[in-house]
Design a protein around this ligand. Sequence first.
Ligand code: SF4
Length: 263
Amino acid sequence: MSQATENTRFLVPLADGLSVEAVYYGSGTLCISSQAGCAVGCPFCASGSRGLLRNLSAAEMWQQVEYAWSSGYQPLRVTISGIGEPLHNFPPMLAFMGRCRDVKLPVSLTTTGGPLARFREALQWPHNGLMLSLHAGTSATHRELIPHAPPLDGLLEVLEQALATLSRRRRRKVGINYLLLQGVNDERAELLPLIPLFHRFPELTLHLLTCNPVADSVYVSPPAEKIDELHAWLAGQGVHARRPNPWRTQQFGGCGTLFVRSL
Ligand code: SF4
């Protein structure tokens, strides 16, 4: 059984000729796609640049796990954080999560939070992690970076209400993703409105992310010194923030670098 010490990308062929990507991170996490394409329209993302082509079935999500197994990888956990918005493909995603639990494979997801009713429900599931991608602390920037997500204030309201009902242990499983983009959202003023949320729920983690280069994209991440400075400032503000995960900054890691294509 081969286990990677670096990231490995799988292009998994589907029956209708489309293919989706899954990434095995050297850390042991398998990131799978939930849709072919995506309707959320984040402008920094290659995965959603062609819009939504179609939803994947639960079997097609599971196919990505089997593809990793048959390629000699034994994931320790799975995250539904690849191509697609998992809450837009709700019943198949729930069925997939159930199948992971059946084989004792911890499963987490990343979402932009829409529709809000599903986001509210998802926060109560027995997941192994739920990351809400915000990438902004102000409504204007949030609208620019995640155009078809629910409004920022609605997302924060649902999140706060749910966190208040969760145990501290469960709250630790919830996080905010913040993809740092140079000149767009990497100033303190942008992050400042989020800070009271982290004071109210200190178990919550802010995950600072960087993007890998995407051809023709105007979006780039700030230099390491800027990230260090923001991280230190956030710590001084009492925010539990994490620097970019080293696995995500390697080749085939990171947000917005996946894509979908027809074979
Ligand atoms: S970053 Fe995620 S939610 Fe946004 S367009 Fe890409 S796949 Fe969709």
